[in-house]
Design a protein around this ligand. Structure first.
Ligand SMILES: [Zn+2]
Length: 421
């Protein structure tokens, strides 16, 4: 056996055993604007006594870490060397960071620089970042078409001659403050904890055994934020801000499937973000890892089959019903916790909100952010087969400047059948 394979403990440490697990948790005062008083979130698997959170870093990828350790390719006691990993730009602190109701689904202090909690880290506390901020050049072919058609101008700084777009990007892991999450959904914290415990197959016993641990790192996808223009413009009341909050759709975003409007709308959001940054404002694209309305891709593909095979074909009037038949609900994205990313960025007003979703609009405005204008996807960017989706959404209350389709229109909006493919 290699050292990586040999178990560190002769016996298994159950997390419900407080003598070893989180026995000296560093206190967390969620919503305290002073990071020292708020305290670090410690989800280490090193010194278990130090833990003050349930779950662990990297979301669902923790399972791959377990595979790496089990197979001997990663040392169980590997210590992250965080040299030179600090954020390339500083974001915050913003007033919202000190409001325990504004941010409940991420750790606003998660982008550790080398100074934050340095004393505790020197004492041997394994404190990991849950947010990473870096810079990138990205290249999206549709933007070059937009330049060719005169909708976008190359400025050499934000959008370069070779089509490259200069961005700052941040990856954010979910960090939930359970009392705050429960409050946001209007449920009892004990009910929330019990349901999370049961519906993850009992994966995190401390949800029910350790009510004193209020922070949970859930095994779900997080967010990526792409920022165009100067960071300071995001919070400057004299400068315009464009925002698109986009929920992951691998089929369209990456592979160009034509059954939905996801990629065209994402690219349109980036186009609006570039235009806003070029006039001195900022553009923010928030990409949420919530594949298939947070139902997952297997459910999504099952629904596609059900839509295409039903009697009368793939129709706008049964668009949501088919999802509900398979999943039990038409949507599981819970936009209620989505605005937290915007509050982390310090956003208080969005001049151009590039989204037609009434659920997103309601969540953002209810959280105290003003939305000045809503931007719909231009008709010419909608793929023919995606008319089923777009008409169903408009009829269900999604924002449109045009006419809301009535029942006759919905019945007549029929997508491609499998035999036409
Ligand atoms: Zn899609």
């Amino acid at each position: 056996m290699t050292s990586a394979q040999s178990p560190r403990h002769k016996h298994i440490v159950l997390t419900s055993h407080p003598a070893q697990f989180g026995s000296q948790p560093h206190p967390v005062q969620w919503g305290n604007p002073n990071p020292q008083e708020r305290g670090p979130i410690i989800a280490t698997l090193g010194n278990l006594a130090h833990r003050n959170a349930i779950g662990t870093h990297s979301g669902g990828y923790a399972v791959y870490r377990a595979l790496a350790i089990a197979s001997g390719s990663l040392k169980r006691d590997h210590q992250a060397d965080l040299t030179d990993t600090s954020p390339t730009v500083s974001i915050g602190p913003h007033p919202s960071w000190g409001d325990p109701t504004k941010i409940v689904a991420l750790d606003p202090f998660g982008a550790l620089d080398n100074h934050l909690f340095a004393d505790l880290r020197a004492e041997g506390y394994d404190i990991r970042p849950s947010i990473a901020i870096t810079k990138a050049h990205i290249n999206i072919p549709e933007l070059q078409d937009a330049v060719a058609q005169g909708r976008l101008k190359v400025d050499g700084k934000i959008l370069k001659e070779n089509g490259e777009l200069v961005v700052t990007k941040a990856a954010i892991e979910p960090v939930w403050h359970l009392p705050g999450i429960a409050k946001r959904f209007g449920v009892e914290e004990s009910d929330l904890r019990r349901t999370l415990f049961e519906q993850t197959g009992g994966m995190f016993p401390e949800l029910v055994t350790r009510p004193d641990l209020e922070v949970f790192l859930p095994p779900i996808g997080g967010h990526t934020v792409y920022i165009l223009g100067e960071i300071e413009a995001i919070t400057d009341p004299d400068k315009p801000l464009a925002v698109r909050i986009h929920d992951e759709c691998n089929g369209s975003d990456v592979f160009g499937s034509d059954i939905c409007t996801c990629r065209p709308y994402l690219v349109h959001g980036i186009e609006v973000a570039i235009q806003t940054a070029q006039v001195g404002g900022a553009g923010v694209i928030i990409y949420a890892r919530k594949e298939g309305r947070a139902l997952g891709e297997v459910t999504k593909f099952l629904v596609y089959n059900a839509r295409k095979r039903q009697e009368g074909g793939d129709r706008a009037d049964t668009y949501f019903t088919r999802t509900e038949c398979v999943a039990g609900v038409p949507d599981m994205r819970f936009q209620e916790i989505m605005p937290d990313v915007m509050h982390w960025l310090g956003i208080t007003r969005i001049d151009q909100f590039v989204s037609m979703s009434n659920m997103k609009y309601d969540a953002v405005t209810k959280s105290g952010i003003e939305i000045v204008e809503r931007i719909t996807i231009p008709e010419e960017l909608i793929p023919a087969d995606a008319m089923v989706e777009i008409n169903a959404k408009k009829a269900a209350g999604y924002y449109t400047e045009g006419e809301v389709p009535d029942e006759t229109v919905l019945e007549k909006t029929i997508g491609r059948q499998y035999e036409d493919a």
